[in-house]
Design a protein around this ligand. Structure first.
Ligand code: GLU
Length: 315
């Protein structure tokens, strides 16, 4: 059997905040506990949300939080050939079709969708009864996207955290975009192509991406790609208003706490206490690895409080 591997896959769209830092750290801790190799992949195809320099900031934050990796950073934008090859295969099998629906839809589909971002159901306006096989060549006319011809069937799998999951992608989002009008591959396609070619066997990420799993498993199936990974979708960190931690909650960037002089061990300790490791107290990444038990991970969102903030800054 080939080796077990996971990946840390930040999108360089902004700084790491405490919520995504926790997800990355749990991912890394699970890798250490279970002997998975770690690939660092920068998901920088999500233009125009990608910000210059955010990749280096994310890498810096991951290192500061005592994470390491065995391979990478690999940048998706370095070479588009693997994605275009996948699109070529889908096109010649008659599984995708061109679509000139509105820009707004395409933008949403090209990003990693998060649950509180409204996800449109594509009304299948350009959907052919059966797509015609064709020879795919990347076009950058700004008008033509490509959509996957999604069968109306249920996909089921067992998530290590979320349990039994089943979804019907056609009913959930309809035929979704695999290549955007910009000519760039969409998140759903790029992530599968990369996970497969980088040999990723275990995916750990926030449960705002749980809905995307059906789309991704469908692409694995259509392209006959392996290894099909196992998934663990972690409940998110929310603000005191119960909403996913984001800019609206003020500055929760790891870099901000760093600038204020909060020691990394305190930030790691808070993230560990949010992960079922008991009372909040400073700890190293190594100690987190010793103490973490996936069975004790809270199965509901954890709340970042004013008190947590004060403890990070003042101890
Ligand atoms: N880069 C994506 C994000 O930061 C994660 C994608 C994934 O884990 O599949 O939202």
């Amino acid at each position: 059997m080939s080796e077990a591997r996971t990946r840390l896959a930040p999108s360089p769209t902004g700084a790491l905040h405490l919520g995504n830092a926790r997800t990355f750290l749990i991912n890394w801790v699970m890798a250490k506990q279970r002997g998975w190799r770690v690939v660092l992949r920068i998901e920088d195809l999500d233009t125009p949300r990608t910000k210059a320099g955010a990749d280096l900031l994310a890498i810096d934050d991951l290192r500061w939080l005592q994470m390491d990796w065995d391979a990478g950073p690999y940048y998706q934008s370095d070479d588009l050939t693997p994605y275009h090859d996948a699109l070529r295969r889908l096109a010649s099998a008659g599984l995708i079709y061109p679509c000139t629906a509105t820009r707004k839809e395409v933008l949403e589909a090209a990003s990693a969708p998060h649950d509180d971002v409204h996800e449109l159901h594509y009304p299948n306006i350009h959907r052919p009864t059966h797509p015609t096989p064709f020879e795919f060549a990347p076009v950058r006319d700004g008008q033509t996207a490509y959509r996957l011809w999604v069968p109306d069937e249920t996909i089921a799998y067992t998530d290590e955290v979320a349990g039994a999951v089943s979804m019907n992608v056609q009913q959930q989002v309809g035929d979704f975009v695999v290549a955007a009008k910009s000519g760039l591959p969409a998140y759903q396609l790029a992530v599968v192509v990369d996970d497969a070619r980088q040999g990723v066997t275990h995916i750990v990420r926030g449960d705002d991406l749980l809905r995307s799993t059906g789309r991704q498993l469908l692409i694995y199936e259509m392209l006959g790609l392996e290894p099909v990974p196992s998934y663990a979708h972690l409940p998110l960190v929310v603000g005191e208003d119960g909403r996913r931690l984001a800019k609206r909650h003020g500055d929760t960037r790891v870099a901000m706490y760093r600038e204020l002089g909060a020691p990394a061990e305190r930030v790691i300790g808070l993230l560990a206490s949010w992960s079922g490791c008991g009372e909040r107290r400073a700890m190293s990444g190594g100690e987190f690895v010793e103490r973490f038990d996936l069975a004790k991970l809270p199965r509901e969102p954890v709340t970042f409080t004013e008190d947590d903030h004060a403890w990070l800054v003042h101890g």
